[in-house]
Design a protein around this ligand. Structure first.
Ligand SMILES: *[C@@H]1O[C@H](CO)[C@@H](O)[C@H](O)[C@H]1NC(C)=O
Length: 331
């Protein structure tokens, strides 16, 4: 476990950070764009914290559940329909998109179709995050995400200019993060070339409904499981805490304090979408009979399903990070 914890993901991050240093943002050039908030292009890597539709809909099952009711039920702009996000509405990448001046996350890679006249990506950037199966025991394939990114650079769909004023979000929310073991094999990550990198700390894994329901009916976090996050985050902070061009987003500390906040303290780790069977999933049916219940007001819950935050949860997290992100990006 420890070996994989300290394995490839750090090499990935270090390569990202290395690259940031070697292509440090040129403040003078940047000043020329200052009147336009949206001049940053956003590239998103990660898991269900940030995925906005990259995991394919393969029929209702645990992995594809984000394409089915009740996912998306709070998304009024989209007729309350699911969009492949593991939330009742928005996820972290959407809130970051808003901070950069967009309506939501840049479009998912899965929706990219090179046009006849131009193969250029959407000006807001692209989201490569893939929830894999949306369950934490399945390894996410960040390497695949980087390969996709690189191939778009090679094709000219993403230009040097896009990269010069770009932000990357590296968003892993689950135990997934500690299991990325193949990233170091791709030394070509050095070509990534983004100018600013935001990296989440791992949230307190012992506070997810999946863990708490097994130990304490949602009221108390499991400290032993939380130590997995703590050890990981300490290492992350040691390596990246003071790197130029890298900002650590301390999702861990914020989630811990939000669980005690007036907004969420009534329900603590209880998920809005609760399953009857601990090993079932939000959205599961047995014949016509739902095997889950959905709360009346997702706005009062930090967790949406047994692993993932609600729209309100992500909103609260990103509100607490917003000024640090703005300072860091000079917007
Ligand atoms: C996301 O991951 C799944 C499982 O590994 C894969 O089948 C799918 O093609 C990926 N999505 C994209 C857009 O690459």
């Amino acid at each position: 476990m420890m070996k994989s914890l300290f394995g490839g993901c750090f090499i990935l991050l270090l390569l990202l950070a290395h690259n940031v240093e070697s292509r440090r943002h040129d403040d003078d050039r940047r000043r020329g764009h200052d009147d336009d908030d949206s001049s940053y292009t956003l590239f998103v890597f990660g898991d269900a914290a940030a995925d906005n539709g990259n995991f394919p809909n393969a029929g209702l099952n645990q992995g594809s559940r984000s394409w089915y009711y009740p996912y998306g039920i709070s998304d009024k702009d989209n007729d309350n329909l699911p969009s492949g996000r593991f939330s009742d509405n928005m996820v972290q990448s959407d809130f970051l998109g808003k901070i950069l001046g967009y309506d939501e996350s840049p479009p998912p890679y899965a929706a990219y179709k090179p046009g006849r006249r131009s193969n250029r990506i959407d000006p807001s950037g692209m989201n490569f995050a893939n929830s894999s199966a949306g369950v934490w025991w399945v390894e996410p394939r960040i390497r695949d995400q980087v390969v996709q990114f690189r191939s778009l650079i090679a094709d000219g769909a993403i230009t040097k200019r896009d990269l010069e004023d770009s932000v990357a979000l590296v968003a892993f929310s689950g135990r997934d993060y500690s299991r990325i073991s193949d990233a170091d094999t791709d030394s070509s990550l050095q070509d990534l070339g983004v100018s600013k990198v935001l990296v989440n700390t791992v949230p307190p894994l012992g506070c997810t409904p999946w863990t708490t329901s097994r130990f304490s009916s949602y009221d108390y976090c499991d400290q032993r499981t939380n130590r997995i996050s703590d050890v990981h985050n300490k290492y992350l902070t040691d390596k990246l805490g003071n790197k130029d061009g890298v900002l650590l987003l301390d999702v861990n500390t914020i989630v811990t304090s939000l669980l005690q906040s007036s907004q969420f303290q009534d329900h603590k780790s209880r998920p809005c979408c609760e399953t009857k069977d601990q090993d079932g999933y939000c959205g599961q049916y047995a014949g016509q009979t739902p095997q889950f219940t959905v709360c009346r007001d997702p706005g009062q819950y930090l967790y949406w399903d047994f692993l993932h935050p609600t729209h309100a949860g992500w909103k609260a997290i990103m509100q607490r990070l917003q000024s640090a992100i703005r300072d860091f990006l000079d917007i």
